[in-house]
Design a protein around this ligand. Structure first.
Ligand code: ADP
Ligand code: ADP
Length: 208
């Protein structure tokens, strides 16, 4: 199964992808996670994109496309994958079509007020990227990752100024992909306002 998860930041794509990858036995490929891993390891790519991520702008298409092209060539992605956070522009979507055919594009639908609540309450474990929410999905001990015991942090781009910018970037550059994929007959709309388990099961049902 070759899937793209499309939707605004904070809609729950990563949360559902972590569950769906086990349902379908396919890797979860998040471009945001790949960039953050490069930043953590201080690679050349990481140095190039660090300030861009902090501001909430998009990394240039050519850099992002090359990274995804390399990732999709790895063995584990040959039978299928969940692409989470890619494509985010029409140019990226065109490039993806050259790389591989997709089965479906899952569009996570959530209103703006809820998006802001989810993003502003999101906390992550810096080393593993495991995601929590201070109200909707709190860790067992406040501020501490359940498994590693490390402190949880708020991503720079989950602070108010960057959230506003990311939502504008989403509307201008990424939302046009909804029509792009609808016209190709690939789009499946999912109500992302329900609990994670309900979102997962309605998606699995819709993809059957
Ligand atoms: P979220 O899960 O909140 O939507 P991501 O983790 O997917 O955020 O992305 C974080 C940041 O990484 C983006 O704001 C952007 O700077 C960069 N990024 C991720 N994917 C892409 C992409 N496909 N094109 C350009 N930039 C990207
Ligand atoms: P995305 O990958 O689309 O940016 P995330 O999966 O990181 O979104 O989720 C954003 C925030 O919302 C996280 O704090 C997460 O714990 C929380 N969250 C995700 N899905 C749900 C849901 N269905 N209901 C309530 N909170 C959710």
């Amino acid at each position: 199964m070759k899937l793209v998860f499309l939707g605004p930041p904070g809609a729950g794509k990563g949360t559902i992808a972590v569950k769906a990858k086990d349902v379908y036995s396919i890797p979860h490929i998040s471009t945001g996670d790949l960039f953050r891993e490069n930043i953590r390891k201080e690679t050349e790519l990481g140095k190039k994109v660090k300030a861009i991520l902090a501001s909430g702008d998009l990394v240039p298409d050519e850099v992002t496309i090359a990274m995804v092209d390399n990732r999709l060539k790895e063995d584990d992605a040959s039978a299928g994958f969940i692409l989470d956070g890619f494509p985010r522009t029409i140019a990226q979507a065109d490039a993806l079509m050259e790389m591989t055919a997709l089965d479906r594009v899952v569009n996570f639908v959530l209103d703006k007020e809820e998006i802001v609540k989810r993003l502003s309450g999101r906390r992550v474990c810096k080393s593993t990227g495991r995601t929590y929410h201070i109200i909707y999905n709190p860790p067992k001990v406040e501020g501490i990752d359940d498994e590693t015991g490390e402190p949880l942090i708020q991503r720079d781009d989950d602070k108010e100024e960057a959230i506003r910018n990311r939502l504008e970037v989403y509307e201008a550059s990424t939302a046009p992909l909804i029509d792009y994929y609808r016209q190709k007959g690939l789009l499946v709309d999912i109500d992302a306002s329900k609990s994670p388990d309900e979102v997962l099961s309605s998606m699995v049902e819709a993809l059957r």
